[in-house]
Design a protein around this ligand. Structure first.
Ligand SMILES: Nc1ncnc2c1ncn2[C@@H]1O[C@H](COP(=O)(O)OP(=O)(O)OP(=O)(O)O)[C@@H](O)[C@H]1O
Length: 249
């Protein structure tokens, strides 16, 4: 991928492998206030990044811009070198599949089993029913929900519902996983276990971006923090989490 003129927190070479690039991005929702203003940063392939900041700061907005669910008013958002804001409509399904997205409202289908919820993203990808079922079972196993395939979302605990949302997000094997407050409403222990599920995916190479305002999770797990506050994004750079975990390049 090409380099950019961005300053690098880690010296030359860092931006050669950029997966996500924000270049002077502005986003407002038409009330004269910029939710995001002049935001410039890059995320390299394989990073494990937390997006933090107070409620209403713009964390969800930032994630939606990456996922192509919203477009900037000014500036450029590149994902894998593609300008997401200008992506022709016919390419959007490919972007959706390249990014595993877990938004704040989990949007699991309550009238379908856990297995059927995970199968859904595969129905549009042209897999045979048996190949899709194999993948769905593998995804369910990867997030630790084996044996719960037949349960409906409302029969699962809050933590297990998040696991199910993660299984559905990764079933198409995306290279990028983004999750908005995936541990909200979970007790401390369940929250940690969910972050560890994400960390396991990151360890096998999935670039992972988690929005949270939970400082203890950041202390324990973050290898890099982007702080969103009053429309600005401050890059905290690389850090060593309390619970170890290697810092990715
Ligand atoms: N679709 C929208 N239309 C109008 N305003 C919006 C929209 N989405 C977000 N906003 C506004 O933009 C600001 C940032 O919202 P955002 O949801 O990105 O913040 P956040 O940091 O994720 O907050 P929280 O932690 O509470 O989820 C808020 O003032 C919000 O009201």
């Amino acid at each position: 991928m090409k380099t950019s003129g961005l300053s690098s927190p880690d010296g030359p070479g860092y931006y050669f492998d950029l997966m996500i690039e924000f270049q002077q991005v502005y986003k407002s929702y038409g009330r004269g206030i910029d939710t995001l203003a002049d935001v410039t940063f890059g995320i390299a392939q394989g990073e494990f990044v937390f997006v933090s900041g107070p409620s209403g700061a713009g964390k969800s907005t930032l994630l939606k811009l990456i996922a192509g669910l919203d477009v900037p008013n000014r500036g450029t958002v590149l994902v894998n070198g593609k300008n997401v804001g200008k992506l022709p409509g016919r390419f959007r399904p490919y972007l959706r599949r390249a990014i595993g997205t877990i938004l704040q409202d989990v949007h699991l289908l309550s009238d379908r089993s856990a297995f059927e919820n995970v199968m859904l993203p595969l129905t549009v990808t042209g897999h045979s029913r048996s190949a899709a079922a194999k993948r769905a079972h593998a995804a369910i196993e990867r997030v630790g929900l084996s044996g719960k395939d037949g349960l409906r979302p409302q029969e699962l605990s809050g933590g297990d519902q998040q696991r199910l949302a993660i299984a559905r997000a990764i079933v198409n094997r995306p290279g990028l996983l983004i999750a908005d407050e995936p541990t909200a409403n979970l007790d401390r222990e369940s929250a940690r276990r969910i972050v560890e599920v994400f960390r396991d995916f990151n360890r096998v190479g999935v670039t992972t971006i988690l929005a949270t305002h939970d400082e203890s999770l950041i202390t324990d797990y973050a290898t890099r923090v982007l702080l969103v506050k009053e429309g600005r994004v401050t890059d905290g750079g690389k850090r060593t989490p309390r619970l170890g975990g290697e810092v990715h390049a």
